[in-house]
Each structure stands twice: as C-alpha cells, then as structure tokens.
Design a binder for this molecule. Structure first.
Ligand code: SF4
Length: 68
C-alpha cells in the first residue's frame, strides 16, 4: 500500500506522527514529512489508525501499482 497526504489539508497537528511515528514525522518547521510512502504489513495497522484519526482527512492509502 502507498500512503498519500494532501498537504493542502494537513494542519500539522501531529496526530498521525503520534500513531505511526515510523511513517509520519513533523520536521522542525512543523511541516509533515512522509518518511516512507510504501507501507508494509508491519506499519499498515498504525497507518490505518492515522488515516482514521486525521481530523482533516488528509491521509489516504492506495493500492501500490504493481510493476509492469
Ligand atoms: S493527522 Fe492529518 S492533519 Fe494532522 S499532521 Fe497528520 S496528516 Fe496532517
């Protein structure tokens, strides 16, 4: 799965970072950084929680497009 963030919606409240710190991080300027777009099985549950908890509905998960 691939994680996408709509940075126009994101209000940098760090909810997603709290739930999935391996994937989301706010930088020193409070700008959200997606540390890894490709979400593996280990991160999927916490990322799903972040998607559900984002008050701006800025995060989405998409099926990774298979190669070829
Ligand atoms: S939870 Fe949503 S609004 Fe908050 S920092 Fe993450 S993407 Fe942005």
């Amino acid at each position: 799965m691939k994680v996408k963030v709509d940075f126009d919606l994101c209000e940098s409240n760090a909810m997603c970072e709290a739930l999935a710190p391996d994937v989301f991080e706010l930088d020193d300027d409070d700008y959200l950084v997606v540390k890894k777009e490709d979400v593996g099985p280990d991160d999927l549950e916490s990322v799903r929680r972040a998607v559900a908890s984002c008050p701006r509905a800025a995060i989405s998960l998409e099926e990774a497009v298979s190669e070829g």
